[in-house]
Ligand binder design. Structure first.
Ligand code: HEM
Length: 464
């Protein structure tokens, strides 16, 4: 007979409130890993008002992700909080609603659009090269994550909005500064047992409101500019050049289904989903490489071979050739996935392997634990980019245990764009610069704030 959630093992916690007030949120993912070692890959977390089902077993995670949207939703509380923050798009839509949003957003991010848009994205890389050349010349240490965030916001804006934003060179008021305030607050609110912010607004709440307002204002400007482009050139309706035109056209055609609020919601979703995730992945990668001279040299060799005389990948086709760099990106995400934890809810009663899951059951999944076990990847604690190359695959290679981009029908539609950006940045960086980690390696920590960030660290660049 299937085991009920309340009968699963788990940390004891305090009387009545259980573990509710003892969770250290910035370390949530690590705490879960520790408990998983102690209580197994399926356990119960007593949160006082309810029991949370916690899962780290890869086969179960895959089942949950694949049985969407019918069998499982994202956490409904999370969806509501994101919506309260003025965002309603593909990420927090569910059921039939999600089915309408997904194809429009996914189409705008597909490989064809990336190829078509490469000439618009590539200059962003040139600007980053220029900025890093200046930094190398000055020899001053700097926080590289800030530059990476500006790079990804400029790329996402080009592709999604058809707008050549230049936050890399322009100072102040950058959308990225607003977004920095949005994610941590959403994460905090999702994990608040009592929504105090509804009765009393702290300084942080007010900053969050202001940031959301600013982002909305900016996106409204993008929408107005895209509407103008469509008016001036109605042919664009047949083959919308960027996501924004595609969403506007779809919204006009199906007025009842995709409202103007949804147009804005999806654009904000893209900005939010596309910026932090990719920049933080790159930031972790640079950090990890500081201890991996051999991997770094292999990556540099590949960049030199592919780029030849060029300073960066000026042609889209260059990127596809950088397979080792892509492998290094996957390895980096195996160690430092930016979304190690996801939250779900069951739509109906279901048996999930040996566990009986009731309708509405809240589920927390931790995706890193499995990917660092030798039973899933040979020499799991070693960074080996070659394990991702067909010709040099390791004996144990369980891709079920690797889900940094999620899975099933809701897997990340920005995956290809993210990998493209990683290849672009890493090849340019290694082709032209030597990187020195200035902050001591061991003093850098993981910190969950919706995405799993690193504590700030500095690097110094030297031109090669
Ligand atoms: C390394 C970079 C990235 C990582 C690690 C990442 C990770 C994820 C994960 C884990 C999910 C949830 C998937 C699921 O529920 O199964 C997701 C969803 C999503 N991502 Fe990404 N992402 C990245 C980059 C991007 C980029 C560049 C974009 C677009 C510009 C993007 C757009 C989205 C959207 C729209 C969703 C919601 C999909 C849906 O609910 O149907 N992501 N991403």
């Amino acid at each position: 007979m299937a085991i009920k959630v309340k009968d699963l093992p788990g940390p004891k916690g305090k009387p009545i409130v259980g573990n509710l007030f003892s969770l250290d949120l910035p370390q949530l993912h690590n705490t879960i890993e520790g408990w998983s070692d102690e209580y197994g890959d399926v356990f119960r977390l007593n949160l006082g008002i309810f029991d949370q089902l916690v899962i780290t077993r890869p086969s179960m995670l895959q089942k949950i992700m694949k049985e969407r949207p019918e069998g499982f939703t994202r956490s409904l509380k999370m969806n509501r909080i994101i919506r309260e923050g003025g965002v309603h798009g593909v990420f927090n839509a569910e059921g039939e609603d999600w089915k309408k949003h997904r194809p429009i957003v996914a189409k705008g991010l597909d490989v064809k659009h990336q190829k078509d848009f490469y000439p618009a994205i590539e200059p962003v890389l040139g600007r980053l090269y220029k900025k890093w050349s200046e930094r190398a010349e000055s020899g001053e240490p700097f926080y590289i994550q800030k530059d990476l965030l500006r790079f990804t916001v400029d790329v996402t804006s080009s592709l999604a909005f058809g707008y050549p934003m230049n936050t890399i060179e322009e100072q102040g008021g950058a959308i990225q500064d607003h977004m920095e305030k949005v994610f941590p607050m959403i994460f905090k609110r999702i994990n608040m047992p009592v929504p105090w912010y509804k009765v009393y607004r702290t300084k942080e709440d007010k900053e969050f409101d202001k940031a959301v307002e600013e982002m909305n204002r900016l996106v409204d400007e993008f929408i107005a500019a895209a509407r103008k482009r469509l008016e001036e050139n109605p042919d664009l309706r047949k083959n919308p050049p960027s996501v924004i035109e595609a969403i506007i056209v779809a919204a006009e055609e199906e007025e009842d289904d995709i409202s103007t609020e949804n147009v804005r919601g999806n654009l904000l979703t893209l900005l939010m989903a596309g910026e932090d995730t990719t920049a933080v992945t790159l930031n972790w990668m640079i950090y990890l490489l500081s201890q991996q001279p051999e991997v770094t040299e292999n990556m540099r060799r590949e960049a030199n071979e592919v780029l030849g005389e060029k300073k960066w990948a000026s042609a889209y086709e260059d990127n596809a050739k950088m397979r080792y760099i892509e492998g290094a990106a996957f390895e980096s995400m195996r160690f430092k996935p930016v979304a190690p934890v996801m939250l779900f809810q069951a739509v109906e009663d279901v048996e999930l392997e040996e566990v009986f899951v009731k309708k509405g059951q809240r589920i927390l999944t931790q995706h890193r634990h499995g990917s660092l076990q030798d039973e899933n990847f040979s020499d799991a604690t070693k960074m080996k980019p070659e394990r991702w190359l067909k010709e040099s695959r390791c004996p144990v290679h369980n891709t079920e245990a690797f889900s940094p981009f999620g899975g099933g029908a809701r897997y990340c539609p920005g995956r290809n764009l993210a990998i493209l950006e990683v290849r672009m940045v890493m090849s340019m960086l290694l082709k032209n610069f030597e990187i020195e980690l200035v902050t001591p390696y061991d003093s850098v920590n993981e910190k969950m704030a919706f995405t799993m960030m690193s504590s700030p660290y500095q690097v110094r660049l030297r031109k090669l």
